[in-house]
Design a binder for this molecule. Structure first.
Ligand SMILES: Nc1ncnc2c1ncn2[C@@H]1O[C@H](COP(=O)(O)OP(=O)(O)OP(=O)(O)O)[C@@H](O)[C@H]1O
Ligand SMILES: [Mg+2]
Length: 341
């Protein structure tokens, strides 16, 4: 009988990443679902649904069921998750079903956590363990989480950023703020509207951020042409945006982010703070790929900072590594979070 693959899952507000035990990353798709407005029948999930965002006919809705770190549409969120899980493990769930280590956004409440676990169970999962996101991110980034040693991990996602100090297998301090990639995109839209009287879409703003955006001014200016709607004439218009403009646009939310990291550092016990000063802050999540972000953290907080390898995959990787090294990391899943229906 073929063994069903156990999986580590990062259900994010921007993307879903799945790590197959002894396989590595097996799925990485946008957390987007498209459905029929009337019947709510699902039409597309992941990449295909992402392409429909903002350009669907009126009878189709393409949406992100998780936004701002919380769940917007519960049925669609679980439908999307179960679809991805089945895509990875196949339909042979009657052979026992996979064991799942799952990480959820901080804003998902206890009732929703239980319901997601129950829904995974009905979709065929044998057992689901919930792992705290900063812990998963730290394991995925290769930090020494089990040691009597302080590590700081900052996971910058689409909807929110989680900041944590980890020592001896637990989060000693933890904070989450609703500032992530989405807030940066919003700030770019607002900036271009105010400065150029032009309205651009969310995807255009994200393109600007990813392609020419930078947390600090770049030594050499970059440019990108974008199309938007002129707010005075109402007509489409092409505009050339500079990287310095994007840096200026995202300054506000980034400053708030730095303040939140600073506040956690201030509360960190002296010995652990000394460890963090020695070893620096580690950034994970898709937002950590923003150009010059680690340099901006170092400059503002006067502490070394580095971006973890494959930052965007760290949480899923941490969940998967927990399955692979259960005797080492399994104990970092609190008993409260071990659920079986
Ligand atoms: N090269 C890049 N530069 C800047 N931002 C980027 C880059 N690549 C990805 N991002 C941003 O990272 C964010 C998505 O990160 P990620 O996939 O880690 O989020 P998530 O885990 O789904 O969200 P959350 O953790 O809030 O639930 C998006 O806002 C995206 O625009
Ligand atoms: Mg994330």
């Amino acid at each position: 009988m073929a063994q069903v693959m156990d999986i580590g899952v990062d259900l994010g507000t921007a993307s879903v990443v799945i790590y197959g035990k002894n396989k590595g990353i097996v799925l990485d798709e946008p957390a987007v679902i498209a459905f029929d407005r009337e019947s709510r029948a699902v039409l597309a999930v992941g990449h295909e649904a992402y392409r429909m965002l903002g350009r669907t006919p009126s009878n189709i809705v393409a949406m992100r069921p998780l936004r701002n770190g919380t769940i917007d549409d519960f049925a669609m969120a679980t439908g999307m998750l179960n679809y991805f899980v089945q895509q990875v493990v196949g339909k042979r769930l009657f052979l026992g079903g996979p064991r799942v280590v799952l990480s959820l956004p901080a804003g998902v409440n206890e009732v929703e956590r239980q319901s997601i676990t129950a829904s995974l169970f009905s979709a065929g999962a044998r057992r689901t363990h919930l792992m705290e996101r900063p812990m998963a991110a730290a394991i995925g980034a290769g930090l020494p989480v089990g040691e009597t040693y302080g590590s700081m991990v900052v996971d910058i996602g689409g909807g929110m950023t989680e900041i944590a100090v980890i020592s001896k297998g637990r989060c000693v301090l933890r904070d989450s703020v609703k500032i992530g990639g989405d807030k940066l995109d919003d700030a770019i839209i607002k900036y271009i509207r105010l400065k150029h009287n032009m309205l651009i879409g969310e995807m255009t703003a994200e393109d600007l951020k990813v392609n020419i955006g930078s947390a600090l001014q770049l030594p050499e200016q970059l440019y990108m042409e974008v199309t938007g709607r002129n707010l005075i004439s109402g007509l489409p218009k092409v505009l050339r945006i500079t990287s310095d403009e994007v840096t200026e646009a995202i300054e506000g939310p980034l400053e708030e982010l730095m303040e939140s990291i600073h506040a956690v550092l201030e509360q960190t016990p002296a010995e652990l703070a000394a460890d963090i000063f020695d070893n620096g802050i580690v950034l994970t999540g898709g937002g950590a790929h923003l150009s010059m972000i680690s340099q901006a953290v170092s400059k503002t907080l006067k502490i070394d900072c580095r971006v973890a390898e494959n930052a965007h995959e760290c949480v899923a990787r941490g969940c998967g590594l927990t399955l692979e090294n259960w005797s080492e990391y399994g104990r970092f899943i609190g008993s409260r979070n071990q659920m079986r229906k």
